[in-house]
Design a protein around this ligand. Structure first.
Ligand SMILES: Cc1ncc(COP(=O)(O)O)c(C=O)c1O
Length: 377
């Protein structure tokens, strides 16, 4: 089967690029002497994750309990659920743990710690916990130096839970304007958790795990002394947002949406395709970058970008392809029925619109496999 025989839109994954991306991150983290606990929320696929892990005993990070269920069913047991936990999930978490998941949680406040301690007392399940640290003001977490860290640590240990360590996610790295800024953010991310770990230990509390992770900071980190693991996620696929901040090249992007030309508005310089925001997602992450890529960069069926051709606009099932404003390139001749591949702004969001990956290798258009992916909670 060839890409040209598929019904569109659908999601294409270049396995050669995936393998290259994984090998590069692995080699970098090996050189820094730190482990990888990949965030599997990007691909939500055991086939992709198998190519990311070194063995079944390897560790993963998940963003939903559905992912935890799915990966446990495929034999992956060492799982960090890296979204602050709420009481309504605790029964499910203990059930997963009784079925063999070595599931650990994160939280960043005393209320959540108390609820977890009460659950540990009632269920006898001493669930391991990492305290979330806010390294960059991006989202949640305890700011380094805030005494709340020790209060949470004590509530957990005195309440019969296992205080396993600290974690942070430098989400602000996605907005960095230069490689130098990403390197500085990697240091800031590292220092936030390493210093928080020191504060816990100085207070006599345990802190064996010190966990960081975002693809930009993981890519450019130069010294991770004191860190035990990195939770990078989108590096397996990369995307236009990552390319826009200098974390990857366009030809590292492993996922694209295959679409077909359905018509033209020649006076407007438009090519219309059957792939709109439902296939690409509404993510416009490059809109705030130096180079706005619209809803995606348009490539030929072998994955080679057409100069300056982007998906300039999108309706639910229609995409409008046009040259980027100010371009002197010529619109390519793409008759009705021609196929294009569109690189996404945000790989996690685009992949989430699809149920499977059509796997190809390099510039070949032969489909070697179809890998399912999961969705929902
Ligand atoms: C808690 C946490 N850890 C790690 C990651 C991975 O970040 P990235 O996809 O940039 O590698 C994310 C991504 O959102 C996250 O929320």
């Amino acid at each position: 089967m060839k890409l040209g025989q598929l019904e569109t839109p659908c999601l294409v994954l270049d396995e050669a690029r995936l393998e290259r991306n994984v090998a590069r991150m692995r080699a970098h983290l090996d050189a820094l002497g730190v482990g990888l606990r990949p965030h599997v929320k990007t691909a939500k696929s055991i086939d992709v994750t198998r190519r990311t892990l070194r063995s079944k005993e390897d560790a993963i990070t998940v963003s939903t309990l559905k992912e935890a269920e799915y990966f446990l069913a495929h034999g992956v047991r060492d799982i960090l659920y890296a979204v602050g936990v709420t009481p309504n999930k605790l029964e499910h978490i203990t059930d997963l743990r009784r079925r063999g998941a070595q599931l650990a949680l994160i939280l960043d406040n005393v209320d959540a710690a108390r609820a977890l301690a009460a659950h540990a007392g009632a269920s006898g399940d001493a669930i391991p916990v990492l305290v979330e640290i806010d390294c960059d003001g991006h989202r949640s977490g305890i700011v380094p130096g805030d005494p709340a860290l020790l209060a949470v640590g004590r509530t957990l240990t005195e309440g019969g839970c296992e205080l396993r360590g600290v974690m942070t996610h430098a989400g602000a790295s996605y907005n960095c304007g230069s490689v130098a800024a990403i390197k500085a953010m990697a240091l800031q991310e590292r220092d936030a958790v390493v210093n928080s770990a020191k504060a816990l230990r100085a207070a006599g509390l345990p802190c064996p795990v010190v966990s960081v992770g975002s693809t930009p900071t993981a890519t450019y980190a130069e010294d991770l002394a004191g860190v035990t693991e990195v939770r990078a996620g989108v590096f397996v696929f990369f995307d236009l947002v990552m390319a826009g901040i200098g974390v990857c090249a366009l030809d590292d992007i492993a996922v694209s949406v295959l679409g077909s030309v359905i018509g033209h508005q020649r006076d407007k310089g438009w090519i219309i395709v059957d792939s709109g925001w439902m296939a690409m997602s509404r993510d416009r992450g490059t809109a705030r970058q130096k180079l706005d890529q619209g809803y995606g960069v348009v490539c030929d069926v072998f994955g080679k970008p057409y100069p300056d051709l982007i998906m300039a606009d999108a309706n639910q099932e229609h995409g409008v392809l046009a040259l980027r404003p100010g371009s002197h390139e010529r619109l390519p001749e793409l008759p009705v029925g021609s196929m294009v591949r569109i690189l996404p702004n945000h790989a996690c969001a685009t992949a989430a619109q699809h149920q499977a990956y059509q796997v190809v290798r390099g510039e070949a258009d032969a489909i070697s496999a179809t890998w399912p992916r999961i969705a929902g909670w």
